[in-house]
Design a protein around this ligand. Structure first.
Ligand code: 3PY
Ligand code: MG
Length: 276
């Protein structure tokens, strides 16, 4: 038998890096396309996140995105729409090796995330297997409780104030700042993001991560910001999304087209004064 696609993993490379203080870089998938997921996975990202919160992706498409990511070597992850046991259970069973959970505002929310992602006696996840079980080395039930990446979103003023209480909870690997929702919560325009009180709030979250030994993350617009955040100590960095990058590249190429280069109609420069 060929070993293509059969290499079993003992641990989760993303969780390992987050726990070891190393940076990881990934991207959001909003196009709901396994073909886009496969193309993206081949780039070399540490992880890719299917966005089930703000894209119309369906479950069957999400599973196919996970398969495509695995094929390309990226750790398959998802952002669930809410901290909801049904979504969390089904997404993990579908093959996510880690979840990003939005709007975690206090310690109780964080406790519910951990409980929703872990089997008894630690949590309330029900056992029904997972696609990932075939690809890991060991018993999935124990593997999942130990190695799934548990990332909570800090994206409100309340969450920033409670960051240390949230992050100190055992079972949480790190946080991910949603800059847009954080700006809304602070009453700021999107132009005011990444400076002033917005930046101060993010630095407070980074400090809470340092104090608790957990990974800080953030959604970034471009590679320059990812590099800057890595230098500050952030570890779970998303660079835009498949849709965003496609639109940006397409816009750039489209805008580079010079319509004025069209050939002049034959005879346009004809010397009307000539007999010939
Ligand atoms: C936000 O900016 O609020 C996000 O959720 C980004 O992923
Ligand atoms: Mg958000």
């Amino acid at each position: 038998m060929s070993l293509i696609g059969r290499q079993k993993f003992k641990t989760n490379p993303v969780t390992d890096k987050l726990r070891n203080g190393e940076p990881t870089v990934g991207a959001w998938l909003s196009l709901c396309s396994p073909a886009a997921a496969e193309t993206m996975a081949n780039i070399g990202w540490d992880w890719l996140v299917v966005d089930a919160e703000h894209s119309p992706v369906g479950f069957e498409t999400m599973v196919n995105c996970f398969r495509a990511m695995q094929l390309g070597g990226a750790v398959p992850m998802a952002r669930v729409p809410w901290n909801d046991i049904v979504w969390i259970q089904r997404t993990l069973d579908a093959g996510a090796m880690g979840l990003v959970v939005p709007m975690v505002n206090n310690r109780e929310d964080a406790q519910n995330v951990v409980s929703n992602m872990k089997y008894a006696i630690r949590g309330q996840r029900s056992f029904g297997g997972s696609r990932v079980a075939s690809y890991i080395d060991g018993d999935y039930r124990f593997w999942a409780d130990e190695h799934l990446s548990v990332v909570v979103m800090i994206e409100t003023v309340e969450a920033v104030q409670n960051a240390e209480a949230i992050l100190s909870l055992d079972g949480i690997d790190g946080c991910f700042i949603g800059p847009n929702d954080l700006a809304l919560s602070l009453g700021l325009t999107f132009k005011e993001m990444n400076s002033g009180v917005h930046e101060e709030a993010m630095m407070k979250v980074l400090e809470a991560c340092r104090n608790t030994g957990k990974a800080a993350g953030k959604h970034c617009m471009n590679g320059a910001e990812v590099s800057q955040r890595i230098s500050q100590g952030f570890q779970f960095l998303a660079l835009s999304s498949d849709a965003g990058m496609m639109a940006r590249a397409a816009r750039e190429e489209f805008n580079s087209v010079d319509y004025s280069k069209k050939p002049q109609p034959v005879g346009a420069n004809h010397n009307k004064g000539s007999l010939y």
